[in-house]
Structures are given as structure tokens and as C-alpha cells.
Design a protein around this ligand. Structure first.
Ligand code: GRF
Length: 211
């Protein structure tokens, strides 16, 4: 069985969608940089080991990254999933886990990296918003994209309404991509995403019906 670790900072709804998806692997641990992350209780209630590495206890990003990496390595994961993990990870950390480090981002990258993505999308007036799952590289929200789900912007949308519909798609997309990875159907080869044939044929783009 392949092993995976999930990193969170807060609510953990993406984490729950991964844990409840019946993925073909063992979740070895959920690790948070905040002791008050609500997702920790949801992990514990599912029998998953949790750990907290509080970034505020370290003098530098490098030291925090090293402690986090050491905690992750203890679990010998094949896959590390960032799920609402709100710390920027340094180059050394990212290189160490390159090819087995995934993130979900609530926009159709490369549009709207960073935070407040739904507000950014509304301000830009885009008609299609959505979410992306990508391999993590040192460029913030800039790594090779594996799959995306599109969410039409509706008249009258505000940050909250748009964010809710995007989040619902995140909960479908991330487990799907994690499954592909654990089944060996997606990998990073020379900096590019390589997908198994049946996925490359169209499964990596999810477009809901527009009515
Ligand atoms: C999600 O929208 C995720 O894409 C973003 O932060 C949010 C985390 O939500 N990076 P949750 O903790 O998974 O509920």
C-alpha cells in the first residue's frame, strides 16, 4: 500500500474529502502548522495520527521547513498533499519532495495565484473560475498543472457564494487526482506532467454543465 501525508492549516474540508474518498493508500498522518486547526479533530475522529509543527516556534523559515520535513519523513510517504496549508515552503523543502508534493489552489491557474482568489476573480470579471491541482515547485502556485475544474461565475455572485461552489469542486477534484497519483497514473517527468492514456484523453478537465 502506498502511503500519504496531508498538511493542513485550518478547517480541513479538503482533507476530509481525501480521507473519506477510500483512496488506494494509507493516510500515515495529518500534520498542521497550527494547533487550533479544526481539521485536526476531524482527522483524529477518523483514527488518523496527527502532529503539530508550529511555525511560530522557529527562528527562520529554513528551520521550520527542516522540522516539518523531518516529521513528514518519519511517515515515509509516497505522496504529500497540501490541503489548505497556508505556509510558503522554501526551495530546499520543495526539492526534497519534488514529484510527490501536490497542492490544490482555488483558481484556474495561472490566473489568480496567492490568496483571496474569489475576490480576485470577481474583480477581474472572469466568466469562468475554478480550481487547480498541481505539482508544487518553488514558484508560488506555479507548478505543473495536473487537473482543473471550471466553475461558471453567476450574476450576483459574491466572494462567499462563488467560493462555496469552487470548494464543492475542490472536494471532487483533489481525491480524484490523489487516486490517480496513488495508482501510478500521474507523475512528474523532467518538470512536466505525465498522465496515463485514459486520463490524458480528457479526464483532467472537469467542466460542469452551464445551464
Ligand atoms: C481551500 O480553498 C484550498 O484550495 C485553499 O484553502 C482552502 C482550504 O480549505 N488552499 P480547507 O481547509 O480544505 O477547508
Amino acid at each position: 500500500m502506498k502511503r500519504y501525508v496531508i498538511l493542513i492549516s485550518g478547517r480541513g474540508s479538503n482533507m476530509v474529502s481525501l480521507l473519506d474518498a477510500g483512496l488506494p493508500g494509507i493516510c500515515a498522518a495529518v500534520i498542521s502548522n497550527r494547533a487550533d486547526a479544526a481539521g485536526l479533530a476531524a482527522a483524529t475522529s477518523r483514527g488518523i495520527a496527527t502532529a503539530v509543527i508550529d511555525h511560530r516556534g522557529f527562528a527562520s523559515r529554513t528551520e521550520f521547513d527542516a522540522a516539518l520535513a523531518a516529521e513528514i519523513e518519519q511517515h515515509q510517504p509516497d505522496l504529500v498533499l497540501l490541503a489548505g496549508f497556508m505556509r510558503i515552503l522554501g526551495d530546499d523543502f520543495v526539492r526534497r519532495f519534488e514529484g510527490r508534493l501536490l497542492n490544490i489552489h482555488p483558481s484556474l491557474l495561472p490566473a489568480f495565484p496567492g490568496v483571496k482568489t474569489h475576490a480576485q476573480a470577481l474583480a477581474a470579471g472572469v466568466r469562468l473560475h475554478g480550481c487547480s491541482v498541481h505539482f508544487v515547485t518553488p514558484a508560488l502556485d506555479g507548478g505543473p498543472i495536473i487537473a482543473q475544474a471550471a466553475v461558471p461565475v453567476q450574476a450576483g455572485d459574491d466572494e462567499a457564494s462563488l467560493g462555496r461552489r469552487v470548494l464543492a469542486e475542490e472536494h471532487r477534484l483533489y481525491p480524484r487526482v490523489a487516486r490517480w497519483f496513488l495508482e501510478g497514473k500521474v507523475r512528474l517527468v523532467a518538470g512536466r506532467v505525465q498522465l496515463a492514456g485514459e486520463i490524458a484523453a480528457g479526464g483532467s478537465l472537469h467542466v460542469p454543465q452551464i445551464d
